[in-house]
Design a protein around this ligand. Structure first.
Ligand code: MN
Length: 359
């Protein structure tokens, strides 16, 4: 099985800083939601994620023992740092961890950051919140519906940074290709009903776009809290080499692509090249507007290796003046349609935020 993942985090619409943190370190994924005065919550969440990244197992074997141990080590580290610095006193955090294996996943968690499984159109929560309202639901004093909107719903009964002896919940689940896993802080789950989360996971196939859509939904609902989401898609097939990120590497990728195209053209003729390049995407210019193309921005023997898919209304002239996008004229290549559309979205953001230099 192969996995594909993405994450998004946002401060929300009310708070002035983001005390959530996350980890996407295949096969280990985690979300932490910090709490504490001033910047202490940020420190607690960061310490939890960093300790976890160092201490947690990198393979499923022994995860039942090692994942909770890693969380307890994070707890100790937070307690130690808090006791040595009065400004960090009382800091704490949730921590929900996913270790993805080839046919099983392991989960370990403390607090109310959740893990969900989306399978065959259905959304299932895999963790139980360590909150006062959840305890009351269990005792029959509240209904789940009442708990969902209870004003005290974020009061935790368990967190890292509270006491030395920490109970960690854990579980192991069988997984199949097609399964989609979601980790999130309560900034999502307390703002957006499960049916809406389900709808987004069902409708938005690209993991990064799904993450962004979930964050957007939380903000649309009021964005009262920091919101963090990690989506992990389990796919059929072999592991791919790690995806390359960033514009510098993308450019390197283009040089390789050139070489590949030249070789294919030499070896197999234009038809072969065209089949190959039509799986590529780039952002370029059409009639002085930013446009989405399928293919690569070049011609071979006068034969265009791209087709125009969509022209936007973003003026090329304004975009050229933003240093980051100066190579728009040459075409900015992407590995997928989603990535190309993300580039267009970033260009749009940059334009809107007034990054245009005076001409
Ligand atoms: Mn929160």
């Amino acid at each position: 099985m192969r996995i594909r993942w993405a994450a998004s985090t946002d401060v929300g619409r009310v708070r002035d800083h983001n005390e959530d943190a996350y980890l996407t370190g295949d096969p280990l994924f985690a979300v932490a939601d910090g709490m504490g005065g001033h910047q202490a919550g940020e420190v607690a969440a960061r310490v939890a994620i960093d300790t976890l990244a160092d201490a947690a197992p990198q393979a499923p074997g022994g995860a039942e023992r090692e994942l909770p141990d890693a969380i307890r080590r994070a707890n100790q580290t937070i307690l130690e740092q808090a006791s040595g610095d009065p400004s960090l006193e009382g800091m704490g955090t949730t921590l929900t961890v996913l270790l993805a294996g080839s046919d099983r996943i392991h989960l370990a968690h403390v607090g109310d950051s959740r893990a969900y499984l989306f399978r065959d159109g259905e959304l299932r929560m895999l963790t139980e919140d360590h909150t006062l309202v959840q305890r009351m639901v269990r005792e029959g004093r509240l209904t789940p519906a009442e708990a969902e909107i209870h004003p005290q719903r974020s009061i935790l009964t368990r967190a890292l940074g509270v006491e030395g002896d920490l109970e960690v919940d854990q579980a192991s689940h069988e997984v199949h290709p097609g399964d989609r896993l979601l980790l999130c802080s309560d900034g999502l789950s307390s703002m957006v009903p499960d049916r809406e989360i389900r709808r987004v996971l069902d409708e938005v196939a690209d993991p990064k776009m799904a993450c962004d859509a979930l964050v957007e939904a939380a903000n649309q609902a009021g964005g009262f809290d920091n919101v963090t989401v990690v989506v992990v898609d389990l796919l059929e097939g072999e592991e791919e080499p790690p995806e390359e990120e960033g514009r510098r590497r993308r450019r390197g990728g283009r040089a390789l692509l050139w070489l590949a195209v030249s070789l294919v053209v030499l070896a197999g003729g234009l038809l072969g090249a065209r089949n190959y390049v039509l799986r590529q995407w780039y952002v370029g210019i059409h009639e002085e507007h930013v446009a989405l193309y399928r293919g690569i921005p070049t011609e071979v023997l006068g034969f265009s290796l791209s087709t125009l898919e969509e022209e936007t209304d973003l003026p090329a002239d304004a975009v050229r003046r933003i240093a980051t996008w100066a190579e728009l004229d040459d075409g900015i290549t992407a590995d997928s349609e989603a990535e190309a559309r993300e580039i267009i979205r970033q260009i749009e953001d940059d334009l809107r935020s007034g990054m245009v230099m005076p001409s």
